[in-house]
Design a binder for this molecule. Structure first.
Ligand code: CAA
Length: 383
């Protein structure tokens, strides 16, 4: 077993690390304070190929696999967790959806625009009465000639007000069983009847808004169907298997960013006549933080590698997401504690990481849902 990254992935990691240090981290606190979408940073990321991580080269992409994408999301999250979730949703959930399930003409139409960053992709599964119980969604898609007509309401749509394309899950056969009721569609922002009436104000990840998206008699060409009619729930889950690896990587990046700040502060901060890093109370915190971060990263890399190898990875993805997100909440909490009162102030970045980490144990499946998925897989002897 070899834990070193191949040269091309190490180069990718170094390139993104430099980009983040130069163009992302310096603006992250202002973006958060102003709840401003990081549009310039996203454009710059696109020029580096970071919007086409799941897009084949023939469509202008920069395909690096799930492991490569995990490296990108970790690096970006260490500077800006908000930009990281935007990249994860766009690449893994949306580009991945079109590249895997779109018809060839749809791929040719959308993938170059997604890869270049001309349009940003959003993933719209959740509804007011269908959160953890995703299969309970009620958005309807009725076939009408060579179109589908969509009606419904999606909430908690990441960067929902900046997207040019939405992956929308809607019921096409209300009588069918869960795995056949729902279909997935790629819907353009400018489709008549699609509106974004509301943006939420939230605890963290303020630079990555979440929005409500409504669909009122939205006519969508049947060519926008992903996979076959009735495939939607399986597609949503299979995409989330990848998405959860991405959120795991984001969580590792958040934890690493907070750890680096805490270690630096512990070395500099003097109390009782010496740096607080000299005290075992602080040393043990740092030891626990670093150990959990390394363990989380290994789980993320394992899940990503299984996905890249085409092996079953639902169990590994949920384990990675569960452990990494809980690591991020633990590490950011400890990082605030090491900073003492200063950690509670806006001018010290750890409070932002602390707030941002909180989302990772909720979105793309709460910790409770990850435990449910893990337990079901363990008890049915499946992966
Ligand atoms: N891949 C492919 N198919 C899958 C699958 C997977 N990983 N998991 C389940 N399926 C299939 C099953 O095989 C089953 O098919 P059959 O009936 O043909 O056997 C079907 O889907 C139904 O599966 P379940 O019986 O397991 O479905 P369920 O209703 O009991 O629950 C759940 C499934 C795991 C609880 C699921 O609803 C879930 O993951 N909930 C959490 C939702 C979630 O993560 N939302 C995130 C929103 S997106 C977001 O946050 C993005 C963002 O913007 C940041």
């Amino acid at each position: 077993m070899d834990f070193t990254l191949p040269d091309e992935l190490r180069l990718l990691q170094e390139t993104v690390r430099e980009f983040v240090a130069d163009a992302v981290t310096p603006r992250a606190a202002d973006r958060d304070r102003e709840a401003a979408f990081p549009a310039d940073e996203l454009r710059a990321a696109a020029t580096l190929g970071l919007c086409g991580l799941m897009v084949p080269e023939e469509f202008g992409g920069n395909p690096v696999g799930s492991l490569g994408a995990a490296l990108v999301y970790e690096e970006v999250a260490a500077g800006s967790p908000a930009l990281s979730v935007t990249l994860s949703v766009h690449n893994t959930l949306v580009c991945g959806a079109v590249a895997t399930y779109g018809q060839p003409e749809l791929q040719a139409e959308l993938l170059p625009r997604l890869a270049s960053g001309e349009i940003l992709g959003a993933y719209a599964l959740t509804e007011p009465s269908a959160g953890s119980d995703a299969a309970a969604l009620t958005t309807r898609a009725r076939r009408d000639g060579d179109h589908y007509v969509l009606d419904g309401r999606k909430i908690f749509v990441t960067h929902g007000d900046h997207a040019g394309l939405y992956i929308i899950f809607a019921v096409t056969d209300p009588e069918a069983r869960t795995s056949r009721r729902i279909s997935a569609f790629a819907v353009d922002r400018d489709t008549p009847g699609l509106a974004v009436p509301r943006r939420e104000h939230k605890l963290g990840l303020r630079a990555s808004e979440i929005a409500e998206v409504t669909l009122t008699e939205c006519r969508v060409p049947a060519t926008r169907l992903l996979g076959n009619e009735g495939d939607g729930f399986g597609i949503a889950m299979a995409l989330l298997d990848g998405g959860r690896i991405g959120i795991g990587a984001q969580a590792v990046g958040i934890a690493r960013g907070a750890f680096d700040l805490a270690r630096r502060y512990a070395r500099e901060r003097q109390q009782f006549g010496r740096p607080i890093a000299d005290f075992q109370a602080i040393q043990w915190k740092l030891a626990d933080m670093a150990t959990r971060i390394d363990a989380a990263r290994l789980l993320v890399w394992r899940a990503a590698t299984l996905r890249d190898q085409g092996q079953p990875h639902t169990l590994a993805a949920s384990q990675a997401k569960l452990f990494a997100s809980e690591t991020a909440t633990f590490v950011t909490d400890q990082a605030v504690q090491i900073h003492g009162g200063y950690g509670y102030l806006e001018e010290y970045a750890v409070e932002r990481y602390f707030r941002d980490a909180r989302a990772t144990v909720i979105y793309e499946g709460t910790s409770e849902i990850q435990r449910l998925v893990i337990a079901r897989r363990l008890l049915s002897d499946s992966q």
